[in-house]
Design a protein around this ligand. Structure first.
Ligand code: SAM
Length: 413
């Protein structure tokens, strides 16, 4: 794939809509809602529950506005990435201790690594957690492996799993307790340097992916899956490539949160929960605006899941207590307030459904920018979808291999 062409096309498509994806709907309501074309809003309002769910999957039932239809088609086309197909099946013994999600991930990562790492002898995993991937790489490829994590308790559990794998040469896997940071780290940096070394990061949160890339300039191979883009600093961490800089989008922290949230094909239960959470949260916001306008926007934080399922009054009381606010309303008054604002909370919800259509595209922009940085560093780069997004939604692998130099060629010649 030509990453430059893809990034240029995607940023050209997204730029005119930046007012929608770069700002918070709730914080700037109702002006934020007015930024959505009237035809989109009235189309969304015409949808029943089934239509809302289809919109959440990026599908438009009935007679959608042509501009919305063509935007979603173009977003779909430009966010498509090739799939990695292989699976390296785990034995029952190898799969012990792995969640369904982790086993799914490891089986695909092992299959992906095999053909791409024939010259690799050593590897380091940044944020390796319990070291399941590390242990299975040692077993499958006979690499010497360092699993680095700042969470000592996770690593201790990993050592237990390693001890149980009796047939494995134990000395080949070391757990290194350290926080990987930007800037020189004498103990860690050499682990990522050398053409027989692989640098691995499976769901490196926020800027840790960029730290991994920067530390791996001299590695033979790099594999990274990003996650938690909301932990990035929009001014510092995007764009990172020269080409990305020339096609920069106005990313904000709201856009980064949206990029983190991209989820295809929610189940009926997941969709119903999302709708319920939004309804409660929006009603609380409208209540606070009315009762305490002097406070401006009030972040309400996440409530325990069970609270969203109950009545609005119970949810609102919990949040108000936490915020040390008392609007002086009885339970029945709170509940009837929620009923009275339902048309407005639905409009808020529908704007979110429309805005969510940009989530995957924003994630792909961040990943294309990283892919281009690796190309600029001289790697041969692939971006592949690897995991089933229903199990592991941050499913795109950034893969960088050394470009084989022809015999007799020296660097710089
Ligand atoms: C999302 S988890 C992924 C764990 C593991 N790679 C997996 O796929 O199961 C991120 C891990 O990175 C570790 N971590 C986060 N920041 C780190 C840092 N700066 N240095 C080392 N480890 C870090 C966390 O402790 C956590 O175990």
């Amino acid at each position: 794939m030509n990453f430059q062409d893809r990034l240029e096309a995607l940023t050209d498509l997204l730029r005119p809509w930046s007012e929608l994806w770069s700002s918070s709907i709730l914080q700037n309501w109702p002006q934020s809602g007015a930024a959505y074309p009237e035809s989109w809003r009235s189309y969304a309002e015409s949808l029943d529950e089934a239509g809302e769910r289809r919109l959440d999957h990026g599908e438009l039932l009935g007679a959608p506005p042509p501009a919305l239809h063509s935007l979603l088609l173009a977003l779909h086309g430009l966010t498509e990435l090739p799939w990695h197909e292989g699976v390296h099946g785990l034995t029952t013994a190898d799969g012990q201790g792995l969640s369904i999600k982790k086993a799914h991930e490891v089986e695909r990562v092992l299959a992906l690594l095999g053909p791409r790492t024939r010259t690799i002898r050593q590897a380091a995993d940044i944020g390796g957690g319990m070291g399941h991937l590390a242990r299975l790489c040692v077993k499958t490829f006979d690499w010497t492996f360092h699993s680095i994590d700042r969470d000592a308790a996770l690593q201790e559990k990993g050592r237990d799993w390693l001890r149980r794998a009796r047939t494995l040469p134990q000395e080949k896997l070391s757990f290194l307790h350290a926080s990987v940071e930007d800037g020189p780290q004498l103990e860690i940096d050499p682990l990522f340097s050398g053409h027989d070394r692989a640098s691995i990061g499976l769901h490196t949160c926020g800027p840790l992916a960029l730290t991994q890339i920067r530390k791996s300039q001299e590695a033979g191979f790099l594999l990274n899956f990003g996650c938690c883009y909301d932990k990035l600093d929009a001014a510092r961490d995007y764009p990172v490539s020269r080409f990305g800089e020339a096609h920069r989008l106005p990313f904000t922290r709201y856009a980064l949160s949206l990029a983190t949230r991209g989820r295809h094909h929610k189940t009926g239960t997941e969709f119903a929960l999302m709708k319920r959470v939004y309804a409660q949260r929006f009603a609380l916001d409208l209540l606070l605006r009315r009762q305490c306008p002097e406070l401006g926007f009030v972040p309400a934080g996440d409530a325990p899941k069970a609270l969203y399922a109950g009545s609005f009054a119970v949810y609102a009381r919990d949040r108000l207590e936490r915020l040390r606010l008392d609007p002086g309303m009885a339970e029945a008054e709170l509940d009837s307030f929620e009923v009275s604002v339902r048309p407005e909370t639905r409009r808020l919800f529908l704007c979110h459904l429309l805005r969510d259509r940009f989530a995957r595209a924003l994630e792909i922009v961040l990943l294309l920018d990283r892919a281009l940085l690796l190309e600029e560093m001289g790697f041969q780069v692939e971006l592949l979808q690897v995991f089933d997004p229903r199990l592991s939604p941050r499913n795109v692998a950034l893969i960088a291999s050394r470009v084989e130099e022809p015999v007799g060629h020296t660097r710089g010649s």
